[in-house]
Design a protein around this ligand. Structure first.
Ligand code: NAP
Length: 327
């Protein structure tokens, strides 16, 4: 296949969150020709209205603003950013081919940093109301969608707690539905939720069904231990926040995954395939935190740069970080 020169890169980074843009900053500063392909900009951070634990961000900042700054910084150093969803990655002897609905791109190496995809509730009729009353996250910009609405949030982790706290400012009513009687989110968020009188808790409760016409109108819940104890809630906006998984379909044929579909990486972001690197929440790293994803993105970019200069027979620019200092 003939490739337009404009579709050929040194490095393609898949993802639009902290790991992807940090990798882009580090690679572009080493003068690699970098393309970032992001299904959407923001990643998990976009779901957080107040980032309070990222060093240097003293005044709480919403996640999407922070990630937009990451993007600007990557572009400032020359990375190209296209909002396109990667549907397939394949490898030839020497290069990778990355396909999106808009075209096909070629690169010497790839960093997969596409994060996580929200889990479905798994109830009947859920698919009918996706985007028509059922949503799988609640970014700060979505707050306008809940103005005056009857809102329910499902889940007991940080995402659900944050979504409920965000919705409460604008919604007419917010239910927080959780299958157990204990939340698993951060203590500070649990405290805020339990002290917020406008959040109506439905603990030990499981969603049984959703109903409506052209839009969602109600959610039926039941006691987690006794499904015959049911309650029908009038809800027009349901936020499903029950965790995330890796959607590895586009890279499954190229790279080795764990049984949970997480990308297997070593401590410097190398996968089992030479030239293919990965970083952030899509990998097997334990902690899903913004700062850790950013750090892993930087490591993967340095590994990709090292690979690039080795493949091209070039002399690395700048200090040789491969020299290990032993104490
Ligand atoms: P999570 O921590 O995995 O929590 C998922 C919640 O959904 C759990 O409470 C779980 O119940 C519940 N759940 C799972 N499957 C369910 C099902 N089929 N039906 C009903 N409920 C179900 O997910 P998350 O809240 O999205 O957080 C993901 C990661 O991002 C975490 O590491 C979190 O700390 C991080 N995060 C951090 C921040 C922050 O630092 N401010 C903000 C957002 C997210 P059980 O508790 O019973 O298992």
């Amino acid at each position: 296949m003939n490739f337009k020169a404009s579709n050929i890169f040194d490095l393609i980074i898949i993802g639009g969150g902290a790991a992807a843009f940090t990798a882009a900053i580090f690679a572009a500063r080493r003068k690699l020709n970098v393309l970032v392909l992001a299904k959407e900009i923001g990643g998990q951070a976009a779901l957080t209205s107040a980032i309070e634990n990222y060093p240097g961000i003293v005044e709480p900042l919403d996640g999407i603003t922070l990630i937009r700054r990451f993007r600007l910084q990557a572009e400032k150093f020359g990375a190209k950013v296209n909002v396109e969803e990667v549907t397939n990655v394949r490898k030839s002897e020497e290069e990778f081919f990355v396909t999106t609905p808009q075209g096909e791109y070629r690169a010497v190496s790839v960093i997969a940093a596409f994060g996580l995809t929200p889990r479905d509730l798994g109830v009947a009729h859920e698919a009918e109301f996706k985007g028509r009353g059922i949503f799988y996250s609640m970014a700060i910009e979505d707050s306008t969608l809940v103005v005056g609405k009857q809102v329910a949030v499902v889940g007991g982790g940080n995402s659900a707690l944050e979504a409920a706290l965000r919705a409460v400012h604008d919604a007419a009513r917010v239910y927080l539905i959780h299958r157990r009687n204990e939340f698993r989110g951060e203590a500070i968020l649990i405290e805020r939720v339990t002290h917020e009188p406008r959040i109506v808790l439905r603990l030990n409760s499981t969603v049984l069904d959703v109903a409506g016409d052209d839009r969602l109108h109600s959610v039926t819940i039941a006691d987690s231990a006794d499904a015959s104890h049911k309650e029908e809630l009038a809800i027009d906006h349901l936020v499903v926040a029950i965790g995330f998984g890796v959607d590895a379909r586009c890279i499954r044929s190229v790279v080795e995954l764990t049984e949970r579909d997480e990308i297997i990486v070593d401590e410097v972001g190398k996968t089992t395939v030479p030239g293919f690197f990965a970083a952030g929440d899509a990998t097997m790293i334990r902690d899903k935190q913004l700062i850790i994803s950013a750090g892993e993105g930087a490591k993967a970019a340095l590994s990709a740069y090292q690979y690039f200069v080795a493949v091209k027979g070039l002399k690395p620019l700048g200090p040789d970080w491969t020299v290990k200092v032993r104490i």
